[in-house]
Write a protein that binds this ligand. Structure first.
Ligand code: F6R
Length: 273
């Protein structure tokens, strides 16, 4: 696991955008696993900026989103489909037929899960999966529990998650109670996982996810097992790991965490020669 810590969130976002754009420039048919919520907004903003300054076509790429609220159609302003249009898709030339998001308004959510899972299986391993983390350790909407599902499924959102998402809705009763989420399978099968978190509020769950035991009660902890995990954090989100200093590595709970700073991040991006 490589953890890059940045002085501020925007630097983390810029590096995240550069890592994504490399997939687009270097692969023939890049398959992108995309996320919503506050965490990736900055990455999308930086990505749009990079493309504006140095045009790059997305026509050969395909996108698969992690999740969608049950009951919200793509026209609903709080749907994740609308979020993706606003923050990314309307700014780039990704083909509409290459955009895949679970349909929250499907007549049968169960049938929609099967459709989405079939699509993911046909796609095979995603080239890169972008992830944020919930305050309870969820990734996608794979909520903590005794079991995690590897396939696309309907999830009843925990009260914590509903409260965390309240900021997007006008009133409590509008916050959806269920979502369709990609399971853990395609996330762990992705060739690379790009994880982003900002802010002090995430520091304790980051510490738990990356130094604690691998357990279904913190779904993000499974990422410790991923062979190509890049974690981008600002200093606040990393505070529980770095202890406020700039260590090159630390051993916590018998786990060695390697930290990357500016020169090594450039190396990771392949931009220093
Ligand atoms: C969104 C998603 C969620 C969010 C998580 C963090 O597609 O799958 O796991 O990444 O809830 O949300 P924010 O970024 O709003 O703190």
């Amino acid at each position: 696991m490589r953890i890059a810590v940045f002085r501020d969130a925007q630097q983390a976002d810029r590096v995240g955008a550069e890592i994504l754009i490399r997939e687009i420039r270097e692969k023939d048919d890049p398959k992108l696993g995309l996320a919503t919520g506050s965490s990736p907004v900055g990455i999308y903003k930086e990505l749009v900026e990079l493309v504006r300054n140095n045009p790059c076509s997305f026509k050969h790429a395909t996108a698969y989103n992690l999740d969608e609220y049950v009951g919200l159609s793509e026209e609903h302003p709080q749907s994740y489909a609308a979020f993706m249009q606003e923050h990314l898709f309307r700014h780039i030339d990704l083909l509409p037929s290459h955009i895949h998001i679970p349909n929250g308004a499907a007549e049968s959510a169960e049938a929609e899960c099967i459709r989405y899972e079939t699509l993911l299986r046909e796609a095979g391993a995603l080239d890169i999966q972008l992830l944020g983390i919930g305050l309870n350790g969820h990734i996608g909407f794979n909520e903590p529990g005794e079991h995690l599902s590897s396939e696309t499924h309907i999830v009843t959102l925990t009260e914590d998650t509903r409260r965390a998402n309240a900021k997007w809705f006008l009133s409590d009763d509008q916050i959806p109670r269920q979502a369709i989420t990609m399971g853990i399978g395609p996330i762990m099968k992705a060739k690379r996982v790009l994880f982003i978190a900002h802010g002090e509020a995430k520091s304790s769950i980051i510490h738990e996810a990356f130094t604690g035991p691998v357990t279904t009660s913190c779904p993000a902890s499974l990422l410790q097992l991923h062979p190509d995990l890049i974690v981008l954090l600002d200093e606040e989100a990393a505070a529980g790991l770095t202890g406020g200093s700039r260590p090159s590595f630390r051993v916590m709970e018998n786990k060695r965490i390697d930290f990357l700073y500016d020169p090594q991040v450039q190396e990771l991006l392949g931009t220093n020669g």
